[in-house]
Design a binder for this molecule. Sequence first.
Ligand code: NDP
Length: 285
Amino acid sequence: MTAKILNGKEIAKSKRADIKVKVDSLKKKGIIPGLAVILVGEDSASQTYVRSKQKACQTAGIHSVLIELPESTSEQQLLTEIERLNQDQSIDGILVQLPLPTQISEYAILEKITPHKDVDGFHPSNIGKLVIGERGFIPCTPYGILEMLRASEVHIEGKHVVVVGRSNIVGKPVGQLLLNEHATVTYCHSKTENLEMITSQADILIVAVGRARFIKATAVKKGAVVIDVGINRVQEQLVGDVDFHEVKEVASYITPVPGGVGPMTITMLLENTVQSASRRELWSC
Ligand code: NDP
């Protein structure tokens, strides 16, 4: 068996066209969706991510503002900047690029962003809404995975989803999101015993670990849907957490790296920003 490719790039392209239509419609009503991205320090991977986000905004017609702050920025200075953006009526979404320098508490910063501009979906209020199944901003990578599964008509209800990784930005929220879609969800992490025994029971296997080609074919059930979130640089090449060449022979669907989850993540950031701007439209009525 050779798996079908879940082509995130293609799905993202089609979703971005829909988003552009929504942006144009808001603009006709005098609303220009605005996203502020804050980058602290000079981490080169973060700079690359921020550039991609800005380029995507530009293509979609979303007004984007980049605020670059030095590595030495204090927590208080960053909190003050966020408060300014919280009050800025031209900004619908605020994103703080992670990771932050060690002198700044990530939690304090994410909590400062007003929940209705939290387009990354990391504010405790939005995470809480996800857990209780209420409407709020959904973190972009999990949201992108869900949209990709939907676009490919992968059946989720009743299926056994195994998530490897329990980070607050990917692992935990993607499991919760698919639980809300009525999957049966198992989480694995670095302390999990008999990992392969568990992953090989998954109908849908989601891997967000950050280790190159960590999941081998022996860890995957025949016919499983495999979503590879990982981005690892190996000899100047980007590879996922899944050994793509081995696993594609076992899985029914698989995401490539690059061109899988990554483009969907940025797309859902645009979607969340437009959703936020649409609320501005409701308030002005
Ligand atoms: P984190 O480092 O925050 O979390 C990694 C998780 O993997 C942890 O829960 C950790 O367990 C678990 N883990 C580590 N080693 C093992 C192991 N040997 N067996 C089982 N579990 C293990 O990473 P992120 O969630 O932030 O990111 C994961 C990957 O996804 C990275 O490569 C990142 O670059 C990529 N990424 C890609 C995105 C995209 O858009 N495509 C977006 C965000 C991230 P424990 O909790 O016990 O330490």
